[in-house]
Design a protein around this ligand. Structure first.
Ligand SMILES: C[S@@+](CC[C@H](N)C(=O)[O-])C[C@H]1O[C@@H](n2cnc3c(N)ncnc32)[C@H](O)[C@@H]1O
Length: 294
């Protein structure tokens, strides 16, 4: 990053907690260029001043930068595999499951999983954590309200069981909604919990640079219990999966095998982020962004 973009990066980091240095440079510059054009800013420094002084421009930046596209049962056949090859056997083996949707956007992904789990184990008291960097999208997720397009892949039986129609939206029922804990969390800067049986991180890392991805996948490995699985997006694969220690039984699912040690180079990852610092103040989201977002 040249000096000018470094000024913008610092401003964005301070105002939002987002660390743009971990995103792919070409895509980053293109996306910033579009947003700057809309804001009438000709340089990165000018755009930094706009973000500083115009709350609407800042909200627009966060909204566009994070790209929240999602829907329930995105890639439905993968959710069938998830149910039959992972959730059902894990339930038999572990009893109570701990599941994390990382980069959950509007909550469509985690609600899809809770619905599947409710079908498999209606009395279960499983733990569901859903996190995202974008506080505004988490508010939407908590509400659990969706349009026709968002629910187009939901099976009719699940539709009638878990949704009610309210005007033009589909409302997820409280019994499903209340089981999920939504929380703001930056995958590139915040600490990870551990002990998960399933982590879903789909269509999130596509904009991250290779270093960030590599560290992130190691951290996911560490956050899983032996026998736990990481479920990634339909266009994603982990190039160094074997080196990390993952087994791949079918595309888009990566399993931490039983009896495996920690991943190579990940010994202390859950003590910190494992990512190189990108400048002053990179250690965590700003107070301003944290307030009202947990
Ligand atoms: C395209 S959505 C994917 C939603 C869902 N996982 C799916 O596949 O349908 C990507 C989400 O990743 C979130 N995201 C981007 N960078 C992130 C980061 N550093 N930490 C956590 N979430 C992030 C965005 O806010 C956005 O909601």
């Amino acid at each position: 990053m040249d000096q000018d973009i470094e000024v913008l990066a610092r401003t964005i980091r301070r105002l939002t907690g987002i660390e743009i240095g971990y995103y792919k440079p070409n895509q980053l510059q293109r996306r910033l260029g579009n947003m700057m054009g809309r804001a009438g800013a000709r340089t990165f420094a000018e755009y930094a001043r706009v973000l500083e002084t115009d709350p609407d421009a800042l909200a627009y930046f966060v909204d566009k930068f994070t790209i929240n596209v999602s829907e329930l049962f995105r890639n439905p056949e993968k959710f069938e595999q998830l149910r039959d090859h992972f959730l059902a056997p894990m339930l038999r083996r572990f009893g109570r499951l701990s599941i994390w949707s990382a980069g959950c956007s509007i909550g469509a992904e985690i609600y899809s999983v809770v619905m599947l789990m409710d079908q498999l184990d209606p009395r279960g008291t499983h733990r569901y954590l859903a996190t995202d960097i974008d506080a505004a999208v988490l508010e939407r997720a908590r509400k659990g309200q969706y349009c026709d397009q968002d629910v187009r892949n939901v099976a009719p039986a699940l539709m009638s069981r878990y949704f009610t129609r309210e005007g033009s939206t589909w409302q997820v029922c409280d019994a499903i909604r209340s089981r999920v804990q939504f929380r703001r969390h930056d995958l590139l800067q915040d600490r990870f919990e551990s002990g998960f049986h399933l982590i879903l991180c789909r269509n999130v890392v596509i904009y991250f640079n290779d270093d960030a991805k590599s560290v992130l996948y190691r951290r996911f490995y560490e956050a899983l219990v032996p026998g736990g699985a990481l479920f990634v997006g339909g266009t994603e694969r982990i190039p160094d999966a074997r080196e990390i220690g993952f087994q791949t039984t079918m595309p888009f699912f990566y399993v931490r095998p039983d009896g495996q040690p920690g991943s190579r180079g990940a010994a202390s990852l859950n003590q910190g982020t494992g990512l190189p610092a990108r400048g002053a103040g990179v250690s965590g989201p700003s107070e301003r962004h944290r307030r009202g977002t947990q």
